[in-house]
Design a binder for this molecule. Structure first.
Ligand code: BGC
Length: 252
């Protein structure tokens, strides 16, 4: 973290590589988010070049936190459910560090980053106990936090509930693919939330991902028992959580 309490976060998604410097006192971005289109195919080298371009454009010289939509252990991507399969086994931390002139880098799961940010600055900041954030997008990402401490790489989107993987039942992409109404999709989401709350007993669910912008159209339709609140930070949560991770030395 710089003397001014700033750190830099980058969120790597299917359509964009987005980054900014973050004020860690408030969780606000210091400047407008910089977005570079995710290269296709999104191979590790191509994405690393986009990251280097973004950091150069921001004129940021310090350490950087970076998210990936994958399980990340010791800087190494272990899975690639909705990204280029060549990420599996890639030492992402070394790759990004090399692309950024050898500087310090931490790499963590995208939903884990969003969870850190929502827990400290956003939707869950006033909730004590166990917070379970789910991001509804192409897949379902998860972040599990207890009293502010992250249990990394939970991957609950792949939890089988009623014989079906949660993200195959209730990702936002399933709603689009099958042309489901919010009423129909809410039945699928409720099934997933009931399955998860019966195993984890969270205090609150935080619903993230782009579809959380329309939360008033579907959260009231849910039939599970645990309160569900929409994410607050929306499209900055990954950036803010990545900045928190590099600042706090979180290296899952
Ligand atoms: C991946 C997770 C990721 C989530 C959201 C899932 O398919 O397995 O690692 O967090 O999608 O991008």
């Amino acid at each position: 973290m710089s003397a001014r309490g700033h750190a830099f976060g980058i969120d790597i998604g299917g359509s964009g590589v987005k980054g900014a410097a973050v004020d860690l006192t408030t969780g606000d971005l210091i400047h407008e988010r910089i977005k570079i289109a995710t290269p296709h195919p999104a191979t590790p080298l191509a994405v690393a070049a986009a990251v280097a371009e973004l950091v150069a454009e921001a004129e940021w010289a310090g350490p950087v936190g970076i998210t990936l939509p994958a399980v990340v252990l010791g800087g190494i991507a272990q899975t690639a459910a909705n990204i280029d399969k060549s990420w599996i086994g890639t030492d992402a931390r070394t790759l990004f560090s090399d692309a950024l002139g050898g500087r310090e880098v931490t790499v963590l799961n995208d939903a884990d980053a969003a969870g850190l940010a929502e827990d400290r600055y956003g939707a869950a900041k006033d909730f004590a106990g166990l917070v379970l954030l789910l991001t509804f997008g192409t897949g379902i990402g998860s972040a599990l936090l207890v009293h502010g401490t992250l249990v990394p790489n939970t991957e609950l989107g792949h939890l089988e509930i009623g014989g079906t993987e949660s993200e195959h039942r209730a990702a936002a992409s399933v709603k689009d693919r099958d042309g489901l109404s919010y009423e129909q999709w809410a039945v699928a989401v409720s099934t997933v939330l009931i399955g998860m709350e019966n195993l984890f007993w969270p205090t609150v669910f935080v619903a993230g991902g782009g579809i959380s912008r329309d939360a008033d159209q579907w959260i009231p339709l849910l039939t599970n028992r645990t309160p569900v609140i929409p994410a607050h930070l929306r499209n900055t949560a990954g950036i803010v959580g990545a900045a928190m991770a590099i600042d706090a030395g979180i290296t899952p």
